[in-house]
Design a protein around this ligand. Structure first.
Ligand code: ADP
Ligand code: MG
Length: 608
């Protein structure tokens, strides 16, 4: 067959297949043009999901009369002119294909007037052919109406969903743009009903209020963080608000909405430990990066982005969110200088491996049941070692470990977990609650220790050590015996996630830890691990490793004899109840004991 160059109309129809997938993509392109034109007011109106009618009007700069037709030509753009411009794109559009593509598959009317011009211009294009150009009266700015989308490409119509679904996609598109541009007032009207309105007062908080409503906005807190030349700004929901999917997570790069796995993985990683698996944090986060750092030209609708360095983006978002969570957690005091919960390696394995895990809540939790009345229930309480009983001043509570927040549980599968009555804390050491006709006592230290241990061992098995870097190395002086033990086992410490160098004179410099710990505890941890090694020399490496991780978990856990807030207690109860089989702390002590009503009644001789 002879090769022919396609005529413009046909090639535009083919291009339209890429850019114009459905009404929402039309709205995205048109509203982005309005933003690029400097509009502060954008109204989007649709009928029948946008298939019949889409109207986007703005108060932007307008188009010169002589450019009005040109705007519809393929690769006609006012936004770039040299190849170098591609490395520094600051506008949303730049390909110059949207108007040409849309006009190829619909009947499009454009009315536009620039500032200072007494009259406006009207251009009509039907299926890629100009069908009108005239002078018209119109307000300053641009209005584009798209009638009968895909009327000449019926095959595309078949791929559309119901009008309601298409309308919801359009609404989502407007929402994304509104979050990106709090300085612009957006209104969205569908079949005559106003569905969304933002005031354009340049306050992201108000946009979130207008879009997600009061329930969420009350728990949203500001994020502001700079990491090298990456700036992160926006709002995240504290762990008491969440969704069961990622629909309430929006990420922007240089003002452009982006779907990017690295970014949500970093967000979710920051919430690890304060949000149950299977629930997703809420966030609207804006990243500002040098334009050359990101390639948004990889996706026709520019929804995906490629970064020069994924790990830097991960790290910036992770720290931005983690710091914000710590700052906003009144139950956790921050520690002095020196401890940061930093992932040492930017390309920490965690970010690629973080995957949504289904919430596993087993029917009938495995908990110690004392149907058979224990002869001496108090024994368990007394077995807390003296060391654990020492009052630990709050300022040395590890910074990011004992973060427990109540999870507000949605849906039915969780209802069991909320079916308990919290009675309080006993001796600042035990959490007491009533559930299903029994009284339960949780040993806060043992339970927390177990939960940290579970996490460490799981992370270790799944991904290898996950080191936390210290701002400045901590120097630990060892005895000559300990030092020689360390020298023999340096590699073992590396495997656990420590980075340690010899520092002369029987001292070592600790630069990284497997988990964030108060610096005051580092010496204890190292020495305890050395003790474990010397005591268990002939055990399998696996056993020594587990024991060493016990030590780390023990040091990092909430101590006994510390008052806990209600949020913390509830979160701990929930986490303990969701453990699959966790009757004991890593040291073998019980986490939780249950006192049956029968047992209590027996003690009072109500029954025999
Ligand atoms: P691009 O946005 O990639 O430049 P488009 O096909 O979307 O390409 O638009 C072509 C040109 O039309 C733009 O570069 C801009 O100059 C002009 N234009 C489109 N929409 C508007 C608008 N709402 N206000 C002002 N100018 C517009
Ligand atoms: Mg455009």
């Amino acid at each position: 067959m002879k090769i022919k160059v396609l005529e413009t109309t046909l090639s535009n129809m083919i291009a339209a297949g890429e850019v114009v997938e459905r009404p929402a993509s039309v709205v995205k392109e048109l509203a982005e043009n309005s933003i690029d034109a400097g509009a502060t007011n954008i109204i989007v109106e649709i009928e029948q999901g946008g298939v019949k009618y889409i109207r986007v009007s703005d108060n932007g700069c307008g188009i010169l009369k002589e450019d009005a037709k040109t705007a519809f030509l393929r690769h006609a753009t006012s936004k770039i002119s040299t190849p170098e411009d591609l490395n520094a794109i600051l506008t949303l559009g730049f390909r110059g294909e949207a108007l040409a593509s849309i006009a190829a598959v619909a009947r499009v009317e454009l009315c536009t007037r620039i500032y200072n011009q007494g009259f406006g211009t009207r251009v009509e294009v039907t299926a890629g052919e100009f069908t009108d150009e005239s002078e018209t009266g119109c307000p300053q700015g641009t209005t584009i109406i798209v009638n009968n989308l895909f009327f000449n490409t019926p095959a595309r119509v078949k791929f559309l969903k119901s009008d309601r679904t298409e309308a919801s996609y359009v609404e989502e598109t407007v929402r994304r743009l509104a979050f990106a541009h709090p300085e612009v007032s957006f209104k969205f009207i569908s079949d005559g009903k106003e569905r969304l309105f933002t005031s354009g007062d340049n306050n992201l908080y108000n946009v979130v209020y207008n879009i997600y409503g009061n329930d969420y906005v009350g728990s949203m807190v500001n994020v502001e963080h700079t990491d090298g030349n990456i700036k992160v700004k926006g709002l995240i929901g504290l762990p008491n608000v969440y969704r069961k999917n990622r629909t309430y997570q929006s990420f922007y790069i240089n003002g452009r909405y982006i779907i990017n796995r690295t970014m949500s993985a970093a967000l979710e990683e920051a919430f690890k430990g304060s949000m149950v698996n299977g629930l997703f944090p809420i966030a609207v986060l804006h990243l500002t990066v040098p334009p050359s750092f990101v390639d948004i030209n990889v996706h026709p609708a520019k929804l995906e982005a490629k970064f020069a360095d994924d790990s830097m983006v991960f790290s910036a978002i992770y720290h931005a969110c983690k710091n914000t969570l710590l700052k906003n957690n009144s139950t956790v005091k921050s520690v002095g200088e020196g401890v940061i919960n930093t992932r040492a390696e930017h390309n920490s394995p965690s970010y690629s491996a973080v995957a949504a895990q289904p919430l596993v809540l087993k029917e009938g939790h495995e908990i110690i049941k004392t149907q058979e009345a224990p002869t001496k229930p108090a024994v368990n309480i007394n077995t807390v070692s003296i060391r654990d009983n020492q009052a630990i001043p709050p300022e040395i509570i590890p910074k990011n470990i004992s973060v427990y927040q109540e999870q507000r549980i949605e849906g039915t599968e969780h209802s069991k977990l909320t079916d308990y009555k919290l009675l309080g804390q006993l001796f600042s050491t035990y959490i007491v609650f009533e559930m299903q006709g029994q009284a339960f006592l949780i040993d806060q230290h043992a339970a927390h220790e177990r939960l940290i241990y579970e996490r460490l061992i799981k992370e270790y098995r799944d991904k290898g050590p996950m080191p936390q870097q210290l701002l400045t190395a901590v120097i630990v002086e060892l005895s000559p015996l300990e030092f020689s033990l360390y020298k023999e086992n340096g590699e073992f410490f590396n495997q656990l996630g420590f980075e340690i160098n010899e520092f002369g004179n029987n001292s070592i410099a600790v630069r990284m830890l497997p988990i964030a710990l108060d610096i005051g505890l580092i010496k204890d941890v190292v020495i305890d691990i050395l003790g474990t090694i010397s005591k268990n020399k002939i055990s399998a490496l696996e056993i020594i490793r587990e024991k060493a991780l016990y030590t780390v978990a023990c040091k990092a856990a909430v101590k006994a004899n510390r008052k806990m807030g209600e949020f913390e207690m509830r979160a701990l109860i929930k986490d303990v109840l969701s453990l699959e089989e966790a009757n004991t702390c890593p040291h073998g002590r019980p986490l939780m004991i249950a006192l049956s009503k029968a047992f209590i009644e027996k003690q009072f001789k109500r029954i025999v």
